[in-house]
Design a protein around this ligand. Sequence first.
Ligand code: HPA
Ligand code: ZN
Length: 324
Amino acid sequence: MDDFIAGLPKLELHLHLEGTLEPALMLHLAERNGLTLPWADAATLTAAYQFDCLQSFLDLYYQGCNVLRQEQDFFDLTWAYLERCASEQVVHVEVFFDPQAHTSRGIPFETVLAGIEAALQQGERDLGISFRLIMSFLRHLGEDAALTALARTEPWLDRIHGIGLDSSELGYPPEQFIRLFARAKALGLPLVAHAGEEGPADYIWQAIRQLGVRRIDHGVRCSEDPDLLHFLADTRLPLTVCPLSNVRLRVFPTMADHTVLTLLEQGLCVTINSDDPAYFGGYMAANMHALVAELGASREQLCRLSLNAVEASWLNLEAKARLT
Ligand code: HPA
Ligand code: ZN
């Protein structure tokens, strides 16, 4: 099975670049930028990765973002992730970045975009990994802040392939972001949103009906609503599921409780992704290994999960045909 997982072509559709900041790189960038972190070494930092909910993780995630200052920092972050992808046979990535987590600290949007984009282009050229870049908005800062941020990035939107919505979910339902998503749609951008990670199934309905998303990030709480399950199975509207993340953030008590294979067998277009792998204990292959070890996933199921990712991706039909 190890060889099978290693060789299986993979696509990653739910990945926060800032969540790939490994402890060693965080410490290195802190030193390079003359910053002092509260953790002396990588072991102490990793020991701090004990989360009891989404918010407890986000508090650390935004602290980690603080070491990202220069264009080179964003390049190094993205490049390290792509090298990891190459070593795991990940052939296509659709990745998020959180511009507001950087512009709010005075880092120019151009600096962030230039570093990330240069690494993604080099990854396509040298590693053969195709990509899409999704600009995500932070729900906890509210819709007005997101609309302002979107307006400020309009000069660069031809280099952005989609719009997402992430950060604290409970108390920030999708219906609070209707104007933001209408504006992004008018600009011609494909839309996705995190929903149904900690929030209820109704947040998933809101994202679909009121925001018009073409993919749901997480979405695992759809199991609580039979009508929603039927809708997702009928329409094949994809869910980008992140098993290790869900267990680390206690969306499910253990991996043995995870419902992703049940959803797969119910005919939903579920895919496997790593979310914030530096914080949650593993990249794509580790997520697949966990499904095999704890849920007894078969080779055929892993193949179907990868094929679902091809279907759910924003690759053109010709590229999809090459992967199937
Ligand atoms: N959920 C919500 N927001 C996020 C996450 C997540 O898993 N990772 C980074 N921002
Ligand atoms: Zn996420």
